[in-house]
Design a protein around this ligand. Structure first.
Ligand code: 6PG
Length: 242
């Protein structure tokens, strides 16, 4: 089955719709404890701000356990830290137990932290066929088709037997910890949030499984559990068939 797509006029409309869908999803879930892996980068910042402004009291945050799909190997107070951004824009503005925040320790040795975070996930999350299973994974997509921190030059991480790998950003060389392809694909629900015209060409190949899609890691995250939340500029090259 193909992933689904939801297209909105701009990032503000996209985030408003996603936040409403997310709130309904939380309500609809029978499990008391829900595991949600957040993405990094700039797109989720609007979501965190909206959650803090409009959903602080309407979502039962204590039911949610937040993990990350990837993290930069930097200190938590570094501007690059995905955890640091989420703390400043969301966690500092809602009531959520500290123990519900399962951050990746970017300040630690990358290989040690990959092993530690993997163990934390294995111990905490459910699993399916021996693979850790999140209730929801929120992802972005880079202009090069990367997702989480699985970049084209390390596409083998899509098939890694591990829960986490230590990745390297292709331009900056920055080390990162990333979830691997099997864990991402095992999630019960996977939502991409993708905005901007710069992603339109690659996104069309990722969703359409056309052109050089096999070189784009995001194209391996597929199936009917996947929904792409897109703004019109990012969706501009999608064929009418999708
Ligand atoms: C990260 C992300 C990464 C991000 C994409 C899109 O840590 O940077 O997890 O995968 O989602 O690069 O980033 P933007 O939302 O900034 O376009």
């Amino acid at each position: 089955m193909q992933p689904s797509t939801k297209i909105y006029s701009d990032p503000v409309a996209l985030v408003a719709a996603f936040a409403a869908d997310f709130a309904s999803w939380v309500e609809s879930q029978p499990n008391v404890k829900l595991t949600v892996a957040l993405s990094g980068g700039s797109t989720p910042k609007r979501l965190f701000e909206l959650w803090a402004e409009q959903y602080a009291s309407s979502i039962d945050w204590a039911r949610l356990h937040f993990f990350w799909g990837d993290e930069r190997c930097v200190a938590p107070d570094d501007a690059e830290s995905n955890y640091g951004v989420a703390k400043a824009l969301l966690f500092d503005h809602i009531t959520i137990p500290e123990t519900n925040i399962h951050r990746i320790r970017g300040e630690a040795s990358p290989s040690d932290e990959a092993a530690r975070y993997e163990q934390e996930i294995v111990e905490f999350a459910e699993s399916i066929d021996g693979v850790a299973q999140f209730d929801l994974i929120i992802l972005g997509m880079g202009d090069d088709g990367h997702t989480a921190s699985i970049f084209p030059h390390q596409i083998e991480f899509l098939k890694s037997p591990r829960v986490c790998e230590v990745a390297t950003h292709p331009q900056s060389g920055q080390q990162r910890i990333t979830l691997t392809g099997p864990v991402i694909n095992a999630a019960k629900k996977i939502n991409f949030l993708v905005t901007g015209a710069s992603k339109a060409e690659v996104l069309a190949d990722v969703i359409g499984q056309t052109g050089a899609f096999e070189t784009y890691p995001a194209s391996a995250i597929t199936g009917d559990k996947v929904c792409f939340y897109l703004d019109e500029p990012a969706a501009a090259k999608l064929s009418s068939l999708t």
